[in-house]
Design a protein around this ligand. Structure first.
Ligand SMILES: Cc1cc2nc3c(=O)[nH]c(=O)nc-3n(C[C@H](O)[C@H](O)[C@H](O)COP(=O)(O)OP(=O)(O)OC[C@H]3O[C@@H](n4cnc5c(N)ncnc54)[C@H](O)[C@@H]3O)c2cc1C
Length: 585
């Protein structure tokens, strides 16, 4: 069945909803989401969204932009970073006016707190000299994403957006550089629909579920990035995957950096505050790539604590902050520690380990969300992307905490505005022939397969492999082994079968398709990581330990070739005012 909308947005997280708010009511706009919209991963964001409001101490957008460039290890495009940081202050006030209930300071203004990598000059006369942490993260206790998503959802309802909740997108319709829509399955009935649109926006989130220990929700399976990859279009900088330093041990559930922003301290088994050694000026508030490396290094040197199952962790101590601060500012994350690990954070430290958290890479776009067809900058007509699935690139090699909630509202809005302008004159492009055939065939093949391979086994093996061979530290030998293992897993995937042959809420079927997406996201990540022979941001190579600006100051573009190995090309990094420097904290 064909449904026709001026605009179709895939994804009801912050990026998708913020884009939808910009589509004028006189146009029809559909938002499709595989989960009920407010259950999107944005709703789990804890710590905050940053902007140099200067409500607690003096700050400037230029400070923020410099931190973001430095945090990205000079891989972020500086023109895009300037756009984001400059617009951040307006964007936060706008959210407040939309109804988002921020926590307040004593003056009744939006409260702000410290977060990793967000700094200001210790001496204003020396802007690029010694820098100290600054309070820049705006927050609602430790439920910032939850209130942001609810606020945006309400505004979408007000804007008469049509929601297709629990629809699963299986195909992107692009032909000859033009996008005409998507194909999706209604999860509740199994019916297949074609959505014909003048403009399509992908806001499908990340793919943390490719890793064994992850903070990401089960829906984070990289469907959008994979549909783009499968359509023969490039993905950018897929080797850069962020490990957040503080996931609950063994579970990966996030303990927000807000815990350290409020004064929490990392300790090894000897009770030593080890970040003193690795980042003497900002210590526990160093950027995430550095803290994750520090934790793994401590563990490798035998200074971790061995758990009953033989895996190691270090400790995050917030007990000295006192019950009042913990209950008011960190209620949710300390609740997780109580519930899942049986630890009382007001009295004892929390066992933590790095957890796969955020995809810096993704679908390449310009600053208005237009998707690039190649590294030369050609555009796919009618196709946009925003949020974690996209790569603008503002995060480069490593994202700073609280810059993602900012990214989704800034670039979600910009994509929405660009689409609103585009549809004023654009017409519907013709749909390709037999649009639904591919999806129908794939689903039929999965339902009738008698293959002996299990989805659970392949997924678990993939996650363990990605954790071990493509994690915080990487090297050529292990990446090559990872690529070989992946090839075998993809072969075995051809032989999976599902037990549920029905049409209604067939989660077996969805998991099968999602596993295919995870395998392809992992492929793009492994090949890009094997190819980049340097260490930059979250991509740390044990065999190439230095950053190599001469040869590698460039974005990776990876494209799936038919049958053979993926193809890699490059796009230059945009540098405006910040010259690459050594990255020390
Ligand atoms: C636990 C946690 C805490 C975090 N805390 C912070 C924080 O404090 N500050 C910060 O800046 N960042 C934080 N982040 C990162 C940030 O929250 C995310 O990067 C961001 O919210 C992603 O938003 P999004 O709109 O791009 O995607 P998401 O919110 O992930 O939404 C993706 C949407 O796409 C839909 N979708 C995906 N595939 C399909 C498909 N095949 N068919 C239909 N729909 C589909 C989903 O249903 C969903 O609606 C956190 C992340 C996590 C995991």
């Amino acid at each position: 069945m064909i449904k026709t909308y001026d605009v179709v947005i895939i994804g009801a997280g912050g990026a998708g909803l913020r884009a939808a708010v910009e589509i004028p009511k006189e146009y029809s706009c559909a938002v499709i989401s595989k989960v009920f919209p407010p259950r999107s991963h944005t709703g789990t964001a804890q710590g905050g969204v940053c902007a140099a409001l200067g409500n607690m101490e003096e700050d400037s957008w230029e400070n923020h932009a410099f931190d973001t460039v430095k945090g990205s290890d000079y891989l972020g495009d500086q023109d895009a970073i300037e756009v984001m940081c400059q617009d951040a202050v307006r964007a936060i006030i706008e959210l407040e006016h939309m109804g988002m209930p921020f926590s307040r300071n004593e003056d009744g203004k939006i409260a702000q707190r410290k977060f990793g990598g967000h700094t200001k000059p210790a001496d204003p006369a020396d802007p690029y000299g010694k820098r100290i942490p600054v309070m820049r993260a705006c927050y609602s206790a430790d439920r910032t994403g939850h209130v942001m998503l609810q606020t945006l959802y309400e505004n979408c309802i007000k804007n008469q957006v049509s929601f297709f909740s629990e629809y699963f997108v299986t195909q992107l319709l692009v032909e000859n550089g033009v996008c005409s829509g998507v194909v999706a399955m209604d999860i509740s009935t199994g019916e297949i629909h074609t959505f014909h649109a003048k403009a399509v926006v992908f806001a499908t989130g990340g793919y943390g579920r490719a890793f064994q220990i992850t903070s990401n929700a089960h829906v984070g399976t990289g469907d959008g990035t994979n549909l783009v990859y499968r359509a023969g279009l490039p993905l950018e900088d897929m080797e850069f995957f962020q490990f957040h330093p503080t996931g609950l041990w063994r579970l990966g559930i996030l303990v927000s950096e807000a815990a350290r922003g409020e004064g929490g301290i990392l300790k090894n088994k000897d009770g030593e505050r080890f970040m003193q050694k690795y980042a003497p000026t900002v210590m526990d508030l160093a950027p995430r790539d550095m803290v994750s490396r520090a934790i793994i290094t401590e563990i490798r040197e035998g200074k971790g604590i061995r758990g009953s199952d033989g895996t190691d962790y270090v400790l995050l101590d917030v007990s000295h902050l006192g019950k009042k601060v913990i209950d008011e500012k960190l209620p949710e994350i300390t609740g997780f520690a109580r519930t899942y690990l049986g630890v009382e954070p007001t009295k004892e430290p929390i066992p933590i380990q790095p957890t796969a958290h955020y995809a810096m890479g993704g679908i390449p776009t310009d600053i208005d969300g237009r998707v690039f067809a190649n590294e030369k900058g050609d555009i796919i007509k009618g196709f946009y992307a925003a949020g974690e699935c996209a790569c603008v690139s503002v995060h480069g090699g490593n994202r700073l905490g609280t810059n993602s909630l900012l990214d989704i509202i800034i670039f979600g809005r910009r994509s929405g505005k660009a689409v609103a302008e585009f549809i004023k004159t654009a017409d519907y492009s013709p749909l390709p022939e037999n649009t639904e055939e591919q999806t129908r065939k794939e689903i039929e093949a999965l339902k009738t397969s008698t293959g002996k391979e299990s989805i659970l086994n392949i997924r678990t093996e993939l996650q363990v492999m990605m954790m071990n061979k493509c994690g915080v530290f990487r090297n050529e030998k292990e990446l090559k082994e990872g690529i070989e293992e992946l090839k075998q897993l993809k072969e075995r995937y051809k032989n999976i079968s599902i037990q549920d042959k029905g049409n209604i809420f067939n989660t077996d079927l969805m998991e099968a398709i999602e596993l295919g997406n995870l395998l392809d996201s992992a492929e793009a990540t492994l090949y890009s990581a094997e190819n980049r022979q340097e260490s930059r941001g979250a991509h740390t190579r044990e065999d190439y330990t230095n950053r190599d600006d001469e040869n590698w100051m460039k974005h990776t573009f990876i494209t799936k070739a038919n049958g053979s190995e993926p193809k890699i090309t490059y796009k230059p990094v945009v540098i405006t005012r910040y010259k690459p420097m050594e990255r020390k904290y």
